[in-house]
Design a protein around this ligand. Structure first.
Ligand SMILES: Cc1cc2nc3c(=O)[nH]c(=O)nc-3n(C[C@H](O)[C@H](O)[C@H](O)COP(=O)(O)O)c2cc1C
Length: 457
C-alpha cells in the first residue's frame, strides 16, 4: 500500500494535485501533420522525442490509442486520415528502453484480443519497463473492425461490457496467480460464452504487481465497468462543470461497486494552446484550427453524414441544400460516427449554421475542434485554471493530445509545468519508479484461491 491510499469508507477527498499524460494521436485531425514543423507519425524519433519531453516534465504516462482497421470514407480508404499506426505494445517496449520513469499505456480492445495472450504481452511490457505498463481497456464491437479478423460482428453490442468484464477478470487472475513464497503458480481456468482459457501464468509479478488499468468508454455500462475494474478513467469530460459532474457520478458508481469514493482516478482528454499572453494564444489557436480543419477536412466531415460526394460545394459557403442519401451514418470511420441519424442531423445543422452565419468550414470547425477540451491562454492563466480543478478534485489529471508532433509538449513542459509546480499542484519529482507509485494507486491484494471462479461470459 502506498502512503496515498485512502480508506474505502472515506468520502471523496481531492488530492489537490494534477498529473499529466500525453496521448499520441494516431488518427483524426487533432494533430497536424502538414505543418512545416511536423514530424512523421510512424518514425520512432517522433515517439522518442515526445516521450522524453513528457518525462522531463514529470508526466505520469505516455498513451497510445488503437484502431484495428484503416478507416474508410465513402467506401475507400480515408485519404485524409493518418496512415500507419505502429502497434502500441511494440512501440512502448522500444520506448521503455529510452525512458526511465514515465508510465507506458497501451490501448487494447477486449473484443479482438484473447485474454491469456494479452495478459502475457502486457505482463511482459510491465516486466521489461520495471513496472511502468498500463492497459487502456476499450471495447470495439463493430462488425466492420471484426471483418478484419474473420470474426465479423460476433459480439452483440449489448454484450460488449459483459465480455470485457470476463476478459479483465481473467487477465487479473492470470496476473494474480504467479508463484509466491507461499505456494506454486495457480492454474487459471475460464469457460465462457466467447472463449475458454486454461493457463498457468508464465511470468513473475512486476514491480507494480500488475499493469495499471485505464478504461475509455462513456456509456453508463462503461462507467460501471470502470467503477468495478479500472484504476483510472480516460474520460471525455474536461470542461470544469462537466468534469465536476462526471466526478460525482463516478464516485457514486465506485461506492456502489464497493470500492470506495477514491478508487478510480479521472484523466480527461485535452488540448493545450498556450503562449506568453492571451492575445498570442488566441492567434495561435486560429492558426492551429485552420490547419486542423482545412477545406478538404471540412467537406470530408460532411460527406460522412451525407453519405455522398460533396466536393462541388464551396467550403466557405453554406451547408449543402441536398439531403443525405443515408438514414444512418456508417461505422466505417470508427465507433464515434456510428448510428447518427443523418437526415435529422442535416436539418439541425443547416438550421444551426444559418442561424449562426457559419460557412461549411466554420461549422465543421465548431463541431470537431476540441471546443470542450481545449485550454487556451497565457501560461499563468491556464495554470490558475488548472489549480482550481486540483482544489476541488474535478480531475486527477489531463491526458494531453499535442496538436503538433514532435515539439507539441515543449511549451507545456517549459512553461506550464513550472507555473503549476509554483502553485504546489504538480509533482516536483517522480514519487517512485512504477506507474502505480506515480499515480498513488493502491497495490492490488492477491485474491484468495478460487475467489473469482464465478465470472462467466
Ligand atoms: C477518451 C476516449 C478514448 C478512446 N480511445 C479509443 C481508442 O484508442 N481505440 C478504440 O478502439 N476505442 C477508443 N475509445 C472508444 C471506447 O472504447 C468505446 O468503444 C466507445 O466509447 C463506446 O463505448 P461507450 O458506449 O461505453 O462509450 C475511446 C473512448 C474514449 C471516451
Amino acid at each position: 500500500m502506498t502512503q496515498h491510499t485512502r480508506a474505502k469508507s472515506e468520502a471523496f477527498t481531492p488530492s489537490g494535485q494534477i498529473q499529466f499524460g500525453v496521448f499520441f494521436q494516431g488518427v483524426n485531425s487533432g494533430t497536424i501533420w502538414k505543418a512545416a514543423e511536423s514530424g512523421s507519425q510512424t518514425d520512432f524519433e517522433s515517439f522518442r522525442r515526445i516521450a522524453q519531453t513528457a518525462e522531463r516534465g514529470l508526466f505520469a504516462a505516455f498513451f497510445l490509442g488503437e484502431g484495428l482497421r484503416l478507416r474508410e470514407h465513402l467506401g475507400r480508404p480515408h485519404a485524409l486520415d493518418v496512415v500507419g499506426r505502429p502497434d502500441a505494445q511494440t512501440m512502448l517496449a522500444a520506448l521503455a528502453s529510452v525512458t526511465k520513469n514515465i508510465g507506458l499505456v497501451a490501448t487494447q480492445n477486449t473484443t479482438y484480443n484473447d485474454p491469456a495472450d494479452l495478459a502475457h504481452r502486457l505482463a511482459s511490457l510491465d516486466l521489461i519497463s520495471g513496472g511502468r505498463a498500463a492497459w487502456n481497456i476499450v471495447t470495439t464491437d463493430n462488425a466492420w473492425t471484426g471483418a478484419n479478423f474473420r470474426r465479423g460482428g460476433y459480439l452483440d453490442h449489448a454484450d460488449r461490457y459483459k465480455h470485457a468484464e470476463a476478459f479483465v477478470e481473467t487477465a487479473k487472475r492470470i496476473w494474480d496467480s504467479w508463484e509466491t513464497p507461499d505456494g506454486p503458480a495457480r492454474r487459471v481456468v475460464h469457460h465462457g460464452q466467447h472463449y475458454t482459457v486454461d493457463v498457468t501464468p508464465r511470468l513473475p509479478r512486476s514491480a507494480q504487481y500488475r499493469p495499471v488499468l485505464f478504461q475509455a468508454g462513456d456509456s453508463p455500462e462503461g462507467r460501471n465497468f470502470a467503477a468495478r475494474q479500472a484504476d483510472v478513467i480516460f474520460s471525455a469530460h474536461p470542461k470544469f462543470d462537466d468534469a465536476v459532474e462526471f466526478r460525482k457520478d463516478l464516485v457514486e458508481r465506485s461506492v456502489a461497486a464497493g470500492r470506495g469514493a477514491n478508487a478510480v482516478q479521472i484523466m480527461p482528454a485535452s488540448e493545450f494552446i498556450l503562449a506568453p499572453t492571451a492575445a498570442e494564444a488566441a492567434e495561435k489557436k486560429a492558426w492551429v484550427r485552420s490547419l486542423q480543419i482545412g477545406p478538404q477536412q471540412a467537406i470530408a466531415y460532411l460527406e460522412q453524414f451525407w453519405g455522398r460526394e460533396l466536393s462541388s460545394y464551396d467550403p466557405d459557403g453554406p451547408l449543402p441544400e441536398i439531403d443525405p442519401v443515408v438514414e444512418e451514418t456508417s461505422e466505417t470511420r470508427g465507433s464515434g460516427f456510428h448510428g447518427a441519424k443523418a437526415r435529422q442531423l442535416a436539418d439541425q445543422w443547416r438550421a444551426e449554421a444559418k442561424d449562426k452565419g457559419l460557412s461549411i468550414r466554420q461549422f465543421v470547425t465548431s463541431k470537431t475542434a476540441r471546443v470542450d477540451s481545449t485550454f487556451t491562454g497565457s501560461y499563468t492563466a491556464v495554470a490558475d485554471q488548472l489549480t482550481e480543478y486540483a482544489r476541488v478534485g474535478a480531475v486527477d489529471g489531463f491526458n494531453i493530445s499535442p496538436w503538433l508532433i514532435p515539439t507539441g509538449l515543449d511549451d507545456i513542459v517549459n512553461h506550464l509545468v513550472p507555473e503549476l509546480q509554483e502553485r504546489g499542484v504538480y509533482p516536483t519529482e517522480y514519487r517512485g519508479s512504477t506507474l502505480r507509485e506515480h499515480l498513488g494507486l493502491e497495490t492490488p491484494v492477491r485474491l484468495p484461491d478460487g475467489a473469482v471462479e464465478a465470472v462467466r461470459a
